[in-house]
Ligand binder design. Sequence first.
Ligand code: SF4
Ligand code: SF4
Length: 309
Amino acid sequence: MNAKTLYDMFSASFEAVGVIDTKTYVEEANKMHRDIPEVIYPTMVVLGLAYPKRFMKHTKTHLYPSFYTFGSDYHQVLKSRMESVLKETDLSYALAVDNHPHDERLAAVLGGLGFFGKNQLIIHPEHGTYMFLGIVFIDVKIDKPYVLEVTDDCGTCRKCIDACPTHALDEGYDMNKCMSHFNQSKRDLTDDEVDANYSLFGCDICQMVCPKNIKKGVLTHPEFMLSGKEAVSILDLFQDSEKVFREKYKDMSYLWKGKTILMRNAVCLLYKQNNTLYNDLIEASLEKLTTPWYVETTTRLLARLKHME
Ligand code: SF4
Ligand code: SF4
């Protein structure tokens, strides 16, 4: 099959498309000592779907996650768009969207979707870092790759390195220091981590400061329109059961690790707001929840919140 044909098929539904052969991807991943699984499909289509930049401020009653979680869950949105394209064909395929063992950023660079920024994100010429990535492995051989040329790079800029509050970008990338990693981890947070954390889930700082993102992040696909569920009610977090909360906030990607992580992060934010309005509810949550990392962080911060009363 002609790679340009695949490119055109997907271009109607995605802002960025690259068609590469899997062999090249595997060779490059091996050179970089990346531990990727074996792939039987000879061709990869690497896709980027733009999402909008939005910033919401926490209030005394509602807290916000990173804006990439606003709108419908991007995993489902990408899969559904990929499947709509593929159902018009008789191709055999496999999909990979986030939470998979492949290196989609390497695939995106090889696919010409953008360059790899010092903030560890792919930077697309028109959409900056505001793009979700996904891969379709296809069981058809292509004659040669179809990839757009990328000539830009970070140059001498280091704004994201200097702006990162946890110094996670000081020497390459230290995942363990990254807020977006630790506020999604099921563990007790240290006092330094609590102090650094400003979000209910994730972190947007190294995207917000990037000069390559100026005037980017404006395209809103219908799936990423605001639904109201991006504002998480603190009452819902501490009063609702996991089941009721999941039903109320259905389709939001910040739910993928469950409600307890959001509760722990909410306690951190309430502590930083000096917001003692929910002390009784937090205390009651400790009588019901025995998850050790939740109990450890929450007990420590609740004692301090009580001193503020
Ligand atoms: S996501 Fe936040 S903590 Fe992580 S590297 Fe970027 S600025 Fe630093
Ligand atoms: S802030 Fe500067 S160094 Fe960081 S990714 Fe953007 S352009 Fe590159």
